[in-house]
Design a protein around this ligand. Structure first.
Ligand code: MD6
Ligand code: FE
Length: 221
């Protein structure tokens, strides 16, 4: 006689169901979408940043960013006294940026599709590391060539408050807390809206310690 196991998948039962929140036309939050890949994504971040270490870049105005960055994929986003731009090599090593891991690409494509953007093919992935106190002021993402392509943004680790504004900096932003595994997809009329991240508060995440990581996938060229 066979005994049937009545708990089909103990692990799946612990993961919250993904759900979609519309922020405004064009922009959605896919809550928990990346949670099944959380640990694997963090391992890939470690591998990429062994080749292209995190660094705090200079703004064109000469300020040091509080967020540390690295990149992977064909194009990396950089900033220094000469301005913001995409370039194919890491200015710190002179080497091409590390390849975009297949798991990163799959996640970005499936999140874009889930948000209604079929055929997103990212060629750039910016990796941000926030330590306590780090923040990103309100800005627009406008260094890419084709604004018809969305941006896919994956949050990992300690929660942070994300600010969503409008087409003008003066517009008061909505604030929402992004937790590990949340994915924001940003396109259509929202593609050029102002957004930012408030100063990271002290916190602990079992896989990232006190840090928050963010992956933003773009089509740069
Ligand atoms: C961050 N994200 O969450 C910074 N940009 O660390 C961004 O600047 C961003 O999340 C465009 C679209 C989605 C984003
Ligand atoms: Fe941005």
């Amino acid at each position: 006689m066979t005994t049937h196991v009545t708990t089909p998948d103990l692990f799946a039962a612990e993961l919250p169901e993904p759900r979609t929140e519309v922020i405004c036309p064009g922009a959605v939050i896919l809550r928990h979408f990346a949670l099944p890949q959380e640990a694997a994504l963090l391992e890939c971040i470690a591998a990429v940043t062994e080749q292209a270490p995190f660094r705090q870049m200079q703004t064109p105005g000469g300020h040091t960013m509080s967020v540390a960055m690295s990149c992977c994929g064909g194009w990396g986003w950089v900033t220094d006294r000469a301005g913001y731009r995409y370039q194919a090599t890491d200015p710190q090593t002179g080497q091409p940026w590390p390849d975009m891991p297949a798991s990163f690409r799959r996640l970005a494509e499936s999140a874009a599709a889930a948000a209604g953007y079929a055929n997103f093919q990212p060629d750039a992935c910016l990796i941000n590391r926030y330590q306590p106190g780090a923040k990103m002021g309100l800005h627009q993402d406008k260094d890419e060539q084709d604004f018809d392509q969305p941006i896919v943004s994956v949050s990992l680790g300690v929660p942070a408050t994300f600010q969503f504004g409008g087409p003008r900096r003066s517009e008061r932003p909505l604030n929402t807390v992004l937790t590990s595994g949340d994915v924001v997809v940003w396109g259509g009329e929202a593609r050029r809206y102002y957004h930012g991240v408030l100063r990271l508060k002290a916190g602990q995440h079992p896989l990232t310690g006190e840090n928050r990581y963010n992956l933003t996938f773009r089509r740069a060229r």
